[in-house]
Ligand binder design. Structure first.
Ligand code: 5GP
Length: 187
């Protein structure tokens, strides 16, 4: 089990966070890599659990300290980064790391990790469905929703760079497929 990782990536709104949460509930050996971000916490989010919510200044400081395995300005002015310290802590605990990160960051991470890594791209069924999902979250303004949709359209082109693609038409079916990939990977 040493140094195993599972990387789940997707265009925003494809449902990857729900799928990752389901994996974490079912597999006690898995631990979520908590990223740092400069965005504000949503009302249902907890600092140190969902993300480390930090200032732009702190984020820049961490970049200078080489504290990130990868980081991206995922949306204009909003940065997200995978902390080396998180991954090391998880491996030290003999757990398997789960990454839930954007596609550009995932491409970087996949290249960087010489270790064993399973990478899964979650695709939304149709853009209308993606749009509806983003809207139903009621956490973003209309402008932000449009930015996310345009970005998602571009990102769909990258699915071939990952080991597997799972289409999230139906959450239970998508989870069953993801789980079987994970079980195969763990041997
Ligand atoms: P949200 O703001 O909806 O939580 O996340 C926006 C996007 O940033 C999602 O696609 C999420 O997976 C991604 N993300 C979260 N943490 C990281 C990270 O550490 N690095 C990168 N590159 N993307 C991340």
């Amino acid at each position: 089990m040493k140094n195993k990782s599972i990387l789940v990536t997707a265009p925003s709104g494809a449902g990857k966070t729900t799928l990752v949460k389901k994996l974490l509930e079912e597999f006690p050996d898995f631990q979520f890599s908590i990223s740092a971000t400069t965005r504000d916490a949503r009302s249902n989010e907890i600092d140190g659990k969902d993300y480390f919510f930090i200032t732009n200044e702190d984020f820049e400081h961490k970049i200078a300290q080489d504290a990130f395995l990868e980081w991206e300005e995922v949306y204009n002015g909003t940065k997200y980064g995978t902390l080396k310290s998180e991954v090391e802590k998880i491996w030290d605990n003999k757990h398997i790391v789960i990454f839930d990160i954007d596609i550009m960051g995932a491409l970087k991470l996949k290249k960087l990790m010489c270790q064993d890594i399973l990478s899964v791209f979650i695709a939304p069924p149709k853009f209308e469905v993606l749009e509806e999902r983003l809207r139903s979250r009621k956490t973003e303004t209309e402008e932000k929703i449009q930015t996310r949709i345009n970005k998602a359209k571009d990102e769909m082109k990258f699915h071939n760079f990952f080991d597997h693609k799972v289409v999230n038409d139906d959450i239970d079916e998508a989870y069953a497929k993801l789980k079987s990939l994970v079980v195969d990977y763990l041997g």
